[in-house]
Design a protein around this ligand. Sequence first.
Ligand code: ING
Length: 316
Amino acid sequence: MARRLKVAAAQLGPIHRADSRASVVKRLMAMMREAHASGARFVVFPELALTTFFPRWWMTDQAEIDRYFEAQMPGPETQPLFELGRQLKVGFYLGYAELTEEGGKTKRYNTSVLVAPNGQLVGKYRKVHLPGHSEHLPEAAFQHLEKRYFDVGNLGFDVWRMFDENVLIGQCICNDRRWPETYRVMALKGAEMIVLGYNTPNENLHTPEEPQHIRVFHHRLSCQAGAYQNASWVIATAKAGREDGFGMHGESLIVAPTGEIVAKTLTEGDEVIAYDCDLSLGEYLREQTFNFAKHRRIEHYKLITERTGVKAEPAN
Ligand code: ING
């Protein structure tokens, strides 16, 4: 009997600065119900799924910034979503801004959690690859201040066993999907399915002349390559649409271990897509092409973990 898990990507349309968390949680719950009605047992929500993508705004007042963060997960406003998951026996991935105390210091992370069908929190991830910049760019059409508002994630890349099928599930966030190291570390820990949420502006902040179709092409390329090269299912869920006028692309994807896109969203609004994932599909790739133990030569890869940036050193 093939191990199968029906998974849904629950894409969010825009969340404006004026939108309340309660109104967003209602939308998340409606999509969880829709996913459940389609037979899905695992729902992947976006990155920073409770608020607008606030790193686009220059803010200096820490209290104003912290209004976008959660001090508890679940907290009073998100508890209804966890309760619904427990009632429907649906597990989920949720991205949010985490405010926490570590060693007497306040820390702020771009975080995601995996929640089991019994409503219990299974695992937490904090975004490692923070894109953008930390200083104000007054001439730019919008900001991308993740390096200012968040600390670099300190939990590494992990996988967790979930569901009766004992699926090994890894999680990451947005820009992480562009870095092959992200998928590879989780695949080396046995990931069969890697889930992530994202908020990706339509425009390139630094190169406005970059054709818009390139953004979606690079998004697909990153997810498809990550899936194929690690023989893993990849589910990538957008927060999309125009938030206070600033556009972000949709194209939420469910990608098979072969690298093929098996489902994608068509709109930039709240939209649920689902697919009954055969967890054995990646096995032949893990046994042959990407049999890591048989084919990888780590003695030639040292530079990947010893050197951060480029240092041109031609062999001739
Ligand atoms: N957003 C974007 C992302 O990685 C980005 C930032 C877009 C970086 C395109 C490079 C190229 O999808 C977040 N939130 O990481």
